[in-house]
Design a protein around this ligand. Structure first.
Ligand code: GTR
Length: 324
């Protein structure tokens, strides 16, 4: 009888995703990037810290390489609770979490150090809090360097060089409008479709940082990488709010601290990988060039006029600019 009860208990526990000892809850996290990519490693490190600090009560499984789907789909999965965690760019949130517009604006940050000061301070906290009405708790921001245009046709040196070209952009209206303001055409599409779309000539190129350009092998089909560095938009690591609210206050604090502690690790890996990826793409034949950046900056006024459209956003942009 005792044995039977024990067995029934084990069956129920496994259904709930709780370990046989009744102690372990498994949380699933998605990432579009391959194993070893700094964001994947950042979340894995978060998982190790959580496991260690909860004595094994919680475990994090990271599904890398878009195993759970493209970024936009996995955002729906984490909002609805199908998965509990997710590491994504903030650009796809621009339409739902309006405060994410600010770090996504072109040339809003002077450099990466400025971005860190802003995102690690009160503005970053305000942006994190803005995720809650969307059913998410933003646990951490991770580095993603700067995004630039690359294409299969020619080096882009001035804004005029972009005229009429077609680029895949990340799924956000800001990126669509930014590309149009530069005189090019933007097609938002999932990351996983970019390689074949360039290869078949549906688009001329895309825009991203060196590690993505390298690991997604876009360098093979678009060798001209032009350093316009239009955004320095960090990534966000989110948790489903219901799953977070179900934690004890102590565990909530522990999760937040573990996420904070994973940021340093991710940033170190990011810096190393950016350097390494730049070398790798150059070896693979990439032609990297500087651009006349002021022309790009000057062309962005319509993007600000259209998207910085209320007092909250205007104040945030002012505060970003004032951050030293
Ligand atoms: C990468 C980012 C991904 C994804 C991708 C894209 O830089 O890390 O999360 O957003 O860009 O352009 O789709």
């Amino acid at each position: 009888m005792r044995m039977m009860r024990l067995l029934a208990g084990v069956a129920l526990a496994s259904l709930l995703g709780v370990g046989a000892a009744g102690a372990q809850t498994v949380l699933r996290s998605s990432d579009t990037h391959p194993d070893g990519y700094p964001t994947v490693e950042g979340v894995k490190y978060f998982g190790e810290l959580v496991k260690e600090r909860t004595g094994g009560r919680y475990e994090v499984e990271v599904y890398h390489s878009a195993q759970l789907g493209e970024e936009k789909d996995t955002i729906e999965q984490v909002r609805s609770g199908v998965i509990q965690l997710n590491r994504v760019s903030m650009a796809p949130f621009n339409g739902t979490v309006k405060e994410t517009i600010v770090p996504a604006l072109p040339y809003v940050f002077r450099d990466e150090e400025h971005m860190h000061k802003v995102m690690d301070g009160p503005i970053g906290e305000q942006i994190k809090a803005a995720f809650e009405p969307a059913g998410l708790v933003a646990l951490a921001f991770y580095d993603a360097g700067s995004r630039s245009f690359y294409n299969s046709k020619k080096p882009i040196k001035t804004v005029a060089d972009l005229a009429g070209m077609k680029f895949r952009v990340i799924q956000s209206d800001i990126f669509v409008d930014m590309t149009s303001a530069l005189g090019a055409n933007a097609t938002p599409m999932p990351y996983g479709e970019v390689y074949s779309s360039i290869e078949t000539g549906v688009i001329d190129g895309a825009e991203n940082n060196f590690p993505s350009y390298d690991t997604a092998r876009h360098v093979e089909v678009a060798k001209y990488y032009s350093l316009d560095q239009h955004t320095i938009l960090p990534e966000v690591f989110v948790m489903n709010k219901m799953a977070f609210d179900a934690l004890t206050p102590e565990d909530q604090e522990l999760f937040r601290t573990a996420a904070k502690d994973s940021v340093g690790r991710q940033r170190e890996l990011w810096t190393a990988m950016t350097e390494n990826s730049r070398k790798k793409v150059e070896e693979a034949g990439a032609e990297i060039n500087e651009v006349e950046k002021q022309g790009f900056i000057d062309a962005m006024k319509p993007v600000y006029d259209k998207h910085v459209k209320d007092d909250v956003l205007r104040k945030l942009v002012e505060d970003v600019r004032a951050t030293q």
